[in-house]
Design a binder for this molecule. Structure first.
Ligand SMILES: [Zn+2]
Length: 293
């Protein structure tokens, strides 16, 4: 009995590393020899150096943007947006030189416009198309609309003239962000009106005499001054960067999330010119950059 007894611990340990069965070793020896021979034969056939693929003749070693070798081109970093040059910051215009040439009014793509108007209708927004606006000096909108309601019983007060792409993002932001955030911050309230202070208007940035025209002059910008609730209460946009209240949290949340819908967001924390409203616009920048403060 005792002689046939296998020590469980020892047997299991050897089983684990596969070394205690002579019959298996006998099977494996020829196999190992075969593998070793194959590896040796393969290594003997290898050339002294690994061949390098020829460069493709249609590309060569130059990058597609010409001039620089491809390796240098691929390791470059993307340019950072220069807010002084490439954004409608209503407040940062004082030192800009006068603009000599004004850009033309951007023509609206008919298919994109049709999809945009269709989405506005689906959201439940109320609007009416207006005739082309051309106020000279680059001011104007190819296919303007007057937006009166943002859907779900929320009025835009007063109605504003906008390009559709700004109108639809305003409606999306109101539906997806402002109303749900208000329900968190003020559960007893419901949104009745979004109060705007400026939509389309032919002016320079920051109402300056010189410089680039504002995004408001292209119909892509809107200034939000506050919100009216169904109870009649009004919440105005104000400096609330540090305000430890639900209204402060609400304003910071909707301003931060606005950058998901608009390419420029300027709130009271950005500068003194925006202490009473949120500036939202849909300016399209190279690389899709956004400018949100
Ligand atoms: Zn503005």
């Amino acid at each position: 009995m005792l002689g046939n007894h296998r020590t469980p611990g020892r047997s299991n340990a050897f089983d684990a590393i596969g070394c205690n069965h002579p019959e298996e070793s006998a099977i494996r020896l020829p196999l190992l020899f075969t593998i070793a021979s194959t590896v040796l034969l393969v290594s003997m056939d290898l050339p002294p150096t690994v061949p390098v693929p020829e460069p493709r003749p249609d590309i060569g070693s130059q990058s597609e943007d010409g001039g620089k070798p491809r390796e240098q081109s691929e390791t470059r970093t993307d340019p950072k947006p220069d807010p002084q040059l490439d954004t409608d910051t209503d407040a940062k215009t004082e030192n800009q030189p006068p603009e000599t040439a004004t850009p033309p009014i951007e023509p609206e793509d008919q298919d994109i416009l049709a999809a945009c108007l269709s989405e506005l209708t689906t959201i439940g927004a109320e609007y009416r198309p207006l005739a082309r606006i051309d106020d000279g000096n680059g001011c104007g909108i190819d296919r303007p609309i007057e937006l009166r309601s943002l859907g779900n019983g929320v009025a835009l007060t007063p109605p504003g003239i906008l390009r559709c792409r700004t109108a639809v993002n305003l409606a999306r932001w109101t539906r997806d962000v402002v109303s749900p955030m208000l329900a968190k911050a003020q559960p007893a309230e419901r949104l009745a009106e979004v109060n705007q202070a400026s939509a389309y208007i032919c002016r320079k940035r920051n109402n300056a005499e010189t410089g680039k025209i504002s995004e408001h002059a292209r119909g892509t910008a809107i200034d939000i001054a506050g919100f009216t609730f169904r109870s009649g209460r009004i919440l105005t946009i104000a400096p609330r960067q540090k305000e430890p209240t639900l209204n402060g949290a609400f304003q910071r949340a909707i301003a931060s999330a606005a950058c998901l819908y608009f390419s420029t967001v300027l709130d009271p924390g950005s500068d003194a010119a925006h202490e009473t409203h949120l500036h939202l616009d849909t300016l399209e920048r190279k690389g899709g950059y956004r400018y949100c403060w």
